[in-house]
Design a protein around this ligand. Sequence first.
Ligand SMILES: C[S@@+](CC[C@H](N)C(=O)[O-])C[C@H]1O[C@@H](n2cnc3c(N)ncnc32)[C@H](O)[C@@H]1O
Length: 252
Amino acid sequence: MPFPSPGHPAVEAYLTEGYDSVVGMSSRFAASICARLLRLQTEEGVSGPIAEIGAFEGRFFIALAHALDPGEVALGIDIFEWPDAGVKDRFEANCLKHGIAPERRVTIKADAGAMAPADLLKHAGGKTLRLIHIDGEHSRAALTKDLALATACLADGGLLVLDDMLHPGYPTLMVTVQNYLEAHPEIVPLCIIDRETIVAATKFVLCQRSWFERYQTRMLEIFKEQLWPLGADFEPHWCMVLALDTRLAAIT
Ligand SMILES: C[S@@+](CC[C@H](N)C(=O)[O-])C[C@H]1O[C@@H](n2cnc3c(N)ncnc32)[C@H](O)[C@@H]1O
């Protein structure tokens, strides 16, 4: 199955020529879809800054930042200590090398779990965020805090993107997500982005229930070549599964 168009020439160029050269973990398939979702938001009148918790060396961050409109900024949050103290410099250098100038981004060296919503919103110029990629510490406690922070800072029509879902190495994260969804009936899964490899793992995209039908209607057309026919059953909520391999099991 083909990759979907990311909907921006600058993202397309980066995904083709730069993405694999930036050290990181997120999948190119997911980057392409998330960039296209940013374009969809723009088409639907949703604008504003975005953030990534766990920016690391910038692989996914740069793709998202290229999908923003003029004047919108991308916030990269990380403790920037792993695997060594040079990671922040490498993040800055990668952003510069791949065309994300300093005025288009804000680098935040911080523990996301210790940030209050007011801190994050201040970094965003007082604006709520239209997309937040959560890819920081993969423990239940950390994901719970990151989800609370992100939910408090989300714009109307905003998207929460959760990395490493259903990953064999982090099986308990799904428990946190299920607890979160039960505590937040106003938020629902919008789609699941299937894995490319065990490293380039599955992401969940969540949105406000009030935006679900609107986004889904557009996405069923935009991503029609990536739709896995059965979708995801969140009992009773149903959402799209976007995959590179859309086959069903053979039963005869
Ligand atoms: C898997 S890497 C992120 C990969 C990156 N998003 C990508 O797509 O290439 C996880 C990152 O989360 C950061 N991290 C871990 N705990 C954190 C915390 N409490 N606050 C902010 N960042 C954190 C780590 O320093 C690390 O850079």
